[in-house]
Design a protein. Structure first.
Length: 311
């Protein structure tokens, strides 16, 4: 059987804790389907709505009550990893128990190393937190050094860099747990962006793309398959146009050509395809599958989804 890395989208987990608790029960079923078939499973997840909610809550509370501390963004990311991981491990463990499968499930709050010279630090682009007036935005830039941009006519928002993952601090621990047969949840939300200088680790206000972090972890764990689960069952070219056509598979060269031609939207399908290509490039025997959560079991048997293969 295969060692499988599953990357879940943060939007699939809901916008608040109550909604998420309900949705993770559904999320756990296809994950446990793969475990029941004998696959070793590692889970990553997004955290866009959740970390935004945490960040906004502290910002709003701090505005009305100066006694409420400001919460640095790396700590907001750690909070989101913890509470999403808790919900996921709870739901997966319950589903395993319902099928009489005896496996432990655990979450690793993960620090992911980024390069301080990454060009992303010169061009913050990832919006986080709430909306502000122009006057409030200028005040935040002056007082806190934030980078603020106007966001689609809705007001001003803080933006942070989105650097690429370079290394994973907790990789040895994650590998040990996986090798012992445990179900591990890691690099949640792309992990906590961390700089390593002279042996010291320091969290930084940034966001790592969840799919790229999942690919890095899958590569370091020598996984056979990278599953990137999204809202669609298969990738389509000319999405939403009369000429739309579904793709059952892509070679690396085909995927790179489609990327060059601009078929995949930045911030949506593009990072997923890029992560899939990087994973397959790392070893020709590997494959990546992009599909919906509900189709995961069928996709691993080649019945649906879009496979990215070496050639």
């Amino acid at each position: 059987m295969s060692k499988v890395m599953i990357a879940l989208g943060g939007n699939a987990l809901g916008n608040n804790p109550e909604e998420q608790l309900e949705l993770v029960e559904r999320t756990a079923k296809p994950i446990v389907d793969l475990i029941e078939e004998g696959h070793t499973v590692v889970v990553a997840h997004g955290n866009g709505p959740q970390v935004g909610m945490i960040n906004l809550s502290f910002e709003t509370a701090n505005k009305s009550d100066s006694k409420v501390p400001e919460m640095p963004f790396p700590e907001c990311g750690a909070m989101s990893e913890g509470y999403i991981g808790y919900h996921l491990q709870n739901a997966i463990k319950n589903e395993l128990a319902a099928r009489s499968i005896d496996k432990s499930v655990g979450t690793i709050v993960t620090q992911v190393i980024v390069d301080e010279h990454d060009k992303a630090f010169d061009n913050p682009s990832k919006p986080i937190g709430g909306f502000y007036t122009e006057e409030e935005a200028k005040s935040l830039e002056n007082e806190k050094g934030y980078t603020m941009i106007e966001d689609s006519g809705r007001g001003y928002r803080r933006v942070v860099p989105s650097p690429k993952p370079v290394d994973i601090v907790e990789i040895d621990m994650i590998r040990d747990m996986v090798d012992k047969g445990h179900v591990v949840i890691a690099v949640g939300g792309g992990g906590i962006p961390t700089l390593r200088n002279e042996g010291k680790l320091t969290g930084v206000a940034a966001v790592i793309d969840k799919d790229l972090a999942s690919e890095k972890l899958a590569e370091m764990l020598d996984c056979d398959i990278l599953f990137i689960l999204t809202a669609v069952e298969t990738i389509a070219l000319d999405f939403g146009k009369p000429t739309q056509r579904e793709l059952n598979s892509m070679t690396i060269s085909e995927a790179e050509q489609f990327i060059e031609e601009g078929h995949f939207a930045p911030g949506s399908m593009l990072p997923k395809v890029m992560a899939a290509v990087d994973f397959v490039k790392s070893h020709p025997a590997r494959e990546a599958i992009i599909t919906s959560l509900e189709s995961a079991k069928a996709a691993i048997h080649g019945e649906t989804g879009t496979r990215i293969i070496s050639s």
